[in-house]
Ligand binder design. Structure first.
Ligand SMILES: [Zn+2]
Ligand SMILES: [Zn+2]
Length: 294
C-alpha cells in the first residue's frame, strides 16, 4: 500500500497517535487545521510551519501524513475529515491539559436533603454533587477547553445544553459517540450499581453494542423533549429546552414518578406547574401511551 492509498480507517489507534508523535508532523497538522478550507502549496505550508527546516526532511514528514490525515488536492494540501477531527480534539485540550475548577454553587438545592448542590471540574470530569448527602446528580466528560476562562453561570448553561443533547440523542436510541443504534431497557434501581441509585425507583438504560457506551437516565429525563411536556411548560412561560435540566425535580429524582407495572414496564411521570398537573405514561419501549391533565 502506498502512502497515497493509506486511510485513517486502516490505521490502529497506536499508529495514528504515533504519526503525531513527531513535533514537525504535529505542527503541520496544526497549521492545516487553522485554515481547514484553504489548500496550502508545499512551499506555503513549509513557510508557515518552519522556514528553517530542510525541504527534504519536511517532505518526508508531510508524506507520512498524506493519506491518513492529509490530502494533496489540486488546490494544495488540506486536512481530511479524520485529520480535522483529530486537530479539534487536540485543540480542545483533551490530551494535553489538566484543568481543575473548585466546587461552586450550582444554583439548586438537593432534592433529598435540601443542601445547595455544588458543581466542580477535575481531570476531564464535570460533576454535580450534594455536599450534604454526597448524592451525585451528574457526571459528564468534558474537554478542558470547556471550562477554562469560564464564568460559572455561563458554564452551567453550556454544560446543561451539552449534557441534555447527549442525553436526547441517546433517548432517541442513537449512540452519542459512534452513532450506532442503542438498545433500551428499563432497570429497577436495586440492579443499578452507582452512588445513590437506591434513591430512585427505576432507570432507563441505553447500551451501544458497537462502542460500549452505557447511559442511565431517569424516565423524566428520557421524556424531556416530549412535545406534550414542552408545550405544557411553554403555556406556563417556561422554555423547557433552555432551563438547566438539573433544576427540574422530575428529571433528577423519582419523586414524581410512579411505577405502575414491572412486567411489562409501565411508568407514569407527573409534572405540576401553577397547580396544574401533566402526567405522561410510558410503556417499556418508552412510547407515551397516556397523557393526562388534571
Ligand atoms: Zn443532599
Ligand atoms: Zn456507540
Amino acid at each position: 500500500m502506498t502512502d497515497e492509498e493509506a486511510t485513517a480507517e486502516g490505521l490502529t489507534a497506536e499508529d495514528a497517535f504515533g504519526l503525531l508523535g513527531n513535533e514537525l508532523r504535529a505542527e503541520i497538522m496544526r497549521v492545516l487545521g487553522e485554515s481547514p478550507h484553504e489548500g496550502l502549496s508545499f512551499s506555503e505550508l513549509r513557510t508557515r510551519v518552519d522556514e528553517g527546516v530542510d525541504s527534504g526532511q519536511f517532505n518526508y514528514h508531510l508524506q507520512k501524513l498524506v493519506g491518513p490525515f492529509v490530502e494533496n488536492t489540486d488546490d494544495g494540501y488540506v486536512l481530511r475529515a479524520p485529520g480535522l477531527a483529530l486537530y479539534r480534539a487536540i485543540r480542545s485540550g483533551a490530551f494535553n491539559r489538566r484543568v481543575t475548577v473548585e466546587p461552586f454553587d450550582a444554583g439548586f438545592d438537593c432534592y433529598f436533603c435540601s443542601t445547595p448542590v455544588e458543581a466542580s471540574y477535575d481531570d476531564g470530569s464535570f460533576r454535580l454533587v450534594c455536599p450534604g448527602c454526597d448524592h451525585l446528580f451528574a457526571s459528564t466528560m468534558l474537554p478542558p477547553s470547556a471550562v477554562s476562562e469560564a464564568d460559572e453561570t455561563e458554564l452551567l448553561a453550556r454544560v446543561d445544553q451539552y449534557n441534555r443533547h447527549q442525553m436526547l440523542v441517546a433517548s432517541r436510541g442513537v449512540c452519542p459517540i459512534c452513532v450506532n443504534p442503542m438498545e433500551l431497557e428499563f432497570v429497577p434501581s436495586e440492579e443499578v450499581w452507582s452512588e445513590g441509585s437506591e434513591r430512585l425507583d427505576v432507570f432507563v438504560h441505553w447500551g451501544c453494542d458497537h462502542c460500549g457506551r452505557q447511559q442511565y437516565m431517569t424516565v423524566g429525563l428520557a421524556l424531556l423533549y416530549h412535545p406534550a411536556l414542552i408545550s405544557f411548560f411553554y403555556e406556563h412561560g417556561v422554555d423547557l429546552t433552555s432551563v438547566n435540566h438539573w433544576e427540574l425535580e422530575f428529571v433528577l429524582s423519582d419523586e414524581h414518578t410512579t411505577v405502575r407495572s414491572r412486567d411489562p414496564w409501565e411508568v407514569a411521570v407527573a409534572v405540576t406547574l401553577e397547580g396544574l398537573t401533566l402526567e405522561l405514561v410510558v410503556d417499556e419501549e418508552l412510547n407515551v401511551i397516556e397523557t393526562n391533565r388534571y
